[in-house]
Design a protein around this ligand. Sequence first.
Ligand code: CO8
Length: 256
Amino acid sequence: MFENIIVEKDGPIGVIRLNRPRVLNALNRQLMKEVSIALDDMEKDEGIKVVILTGNEKAFAAGADVSEFKDPKGPDMLFNYRFFEWERVATFLKPLVASVAGYALGGGFELAMMCDMIVAADNAVFGQPEIKLGIIPGAGGTQRLTRLIEKHRAMEYILTGKFMDVWKAYRMGVVNRVVPVENYLEETKRFVKDLISGPPIALAVAKDTVNKAYELNLREGLDYERKMFYFLFSTQDKDEGISAFLEKRRPDFKGR
Ligand code: CO8
């Protein structure tokens, strides 16, 4: 069904593997469509609790497919490249973790930053090299990287296109964990284990509410959080979580 990605299910963990190895997983439009369809399927599948987005040992993704940028002019991009598939990644409701080995450049880095967390192999390299092509990041890089590492550092990477090695990325809070490249996917699966038995509705609300911290001012964000807090009191999972605590047993969340 898919030509540019491989989709696997390992029990409650969904894995979407970007799979254009000959071009370092360059993200063409068809690949992004396939990612968006795979995410639709995994969002509906009640058995899937968490999704890992990954590539291969050499590249998570070396950016948007530059060969698709040769002919279009501004209006062509405006009317034909609306980023719906990219937005789909950022609006996915379940926990979504990027497992990055090798290059995560340009759109590849932007894709990883759309995920909720990043586990990186010790050979990972991040960067926004678009400036070298005479353009700028177009899928959120100028905004998300600036919020992640602050203005002056983001300027350094976005204005020069220089690469950021994995330990620098770790020190700046871009990645959550650095793991050996030899078993980076297994380590990522271990990392997401804690999310599997969590309450699905509260997890969706939690990631939405954290993301709102990027979009709202503090007062609006606090109001939003409070409303979401009240909302969760209408779920069976809240009854189950509180009862389980009081009865000193493990909760069995149903996502209801
Ligand atoms: N697009 C298309 N093909 C690519 C890309 C890419 N982004 N990256 C690598 N490739 C291809 C190469 O052309 C090469 O193909 P071939 O074997 O046919 O010549 C193959 O992958 C292997 O690449 P290299 O031979 O270059 O491998 P090296 O190990 O020598 O170098 C690098 C690896 C440093 C990663 C190098 O390939 C490179 O610089 N790649 C381009 C990185 C880049 O500029 N990325 C940004 C692209 S623009 C972007 O992402 C904008 C995002 C905006 C949002 C998206 C909306 C459309």
